[in-house]
Design a protein around this ligand. Sequence first.
Ligand code: PXG
Length: 406
Amino acid sequence: MHYFTPEGRAVLDGLAGLWCSNAGHNRDSIVAAISRQAAELDYAPAFHFAHPKAFALAGRVAALSPGDLNRVFFCNSGSEAVDTALKIALAYHHVRGEGGRTRLIGRERGYHGVGFGGISVGGIVNNRKFFGTLLAGVDHLPATYSREHQAFTKGEPEWGGHLADELERIVALHGASTIAAVIVEPMAGSTGVLPPPKGYLQRLRAICDRHGILLIFDEVITGFGRLGHAFAAERYGVTPDLLCFAKGINSGAVPMGGVLVDERLYDAFMQGPEHVIELFHGYTYSAHPLACAAALAALDLYRDEDLFARAKRLEPLFADAAMTLKGLPGVLDIRTVGLSAGIDLAPRPNAAGERGYEAMDRAFYDEDLVIRVTGDTLAVAPPLIVSEAQIDEIFDKVARVIRAVA
Ligand code: PXG
């Protein structure tokens, strides 16, 4: 649960690294698995060849996933997972003779990494505005957040399910036959922890089904226990056609990402003769042996320590602890879901982001605590092994910091 500075100061990790170290840091079994793997097989190509742990891991990930999400494409980050999912969606329509379906629909305030696909469907303005025209033919759903209707909600807000119906407006505007896929984070993490309004994801699913549009869940943050389930898809009872994962797959120990796809999509590609390449896409380090070994060890830990259920059990206590910050100076809103919390601070006049930055700085230097800041929004998302006492410790420290930056 701690980092140690070169001077030996212990710093509590309130962010699971960067939303990834779900089993905590330097876990013995993961360390040993990586080390054994480096000695046994350091690298093997994923083009035309494969190694056994790639298949073992694909099977383990598929077993954790809902519905027919049974096929896995491995890559090395969340950004690559998103670009991979978008490309599979486009190519799927192409191989089925619906090549006119080229539009991709994202969401305002969405974060899907920093590749050109991800920033195009993403909705974080600063991640987009410096980088030219991005992908053509992208449209965006509105963000699901309204402080007026949702402030200080624990879990999924009552208000906002109807915002999914904006997809019908986009379909009416462009025509369903031009739209390939919709991509959303079930819970928008980077932008400050926005849980989905009740019914929202179910409505998106229904509209996609009605119009033959693929639904992609970006579970790079929500996957592997953050919301108390293997995937948020399970928490919400909504199965996407493609699901992006990364981060928690191996507790952040070795770079890895991947895309789970529905059997139906896989089969659409796998029609040709053996020597023909089905999908012209892949990475040198897809299913890297070290990443696979780390992931198998991490998934064992999640299972043996029942860490997803632990996150679920701790959720009410975590939410209560976060809400103790309500009423502190400058606290405009607090949102919680699973083991994650977003805390909006009032920006200082003419200095947006300054208060938030100072809060992060003081947390680290004065309170020995790592938290995340974006603008004036703080995020807390500890490893799933966090103790009840450490949850209180984290929010006591954050409370002192918020008072200090008032
Ligand atoms: N999708 C989602 C939903 C993410 O949260 C990515 C894709 C990209 O993953 P890579 O591995 O390419 O970074 C992410 C990454 C933050 C923060 O401020 C969040 C992420 C990365 C860096 C900072 O909360 N998430």
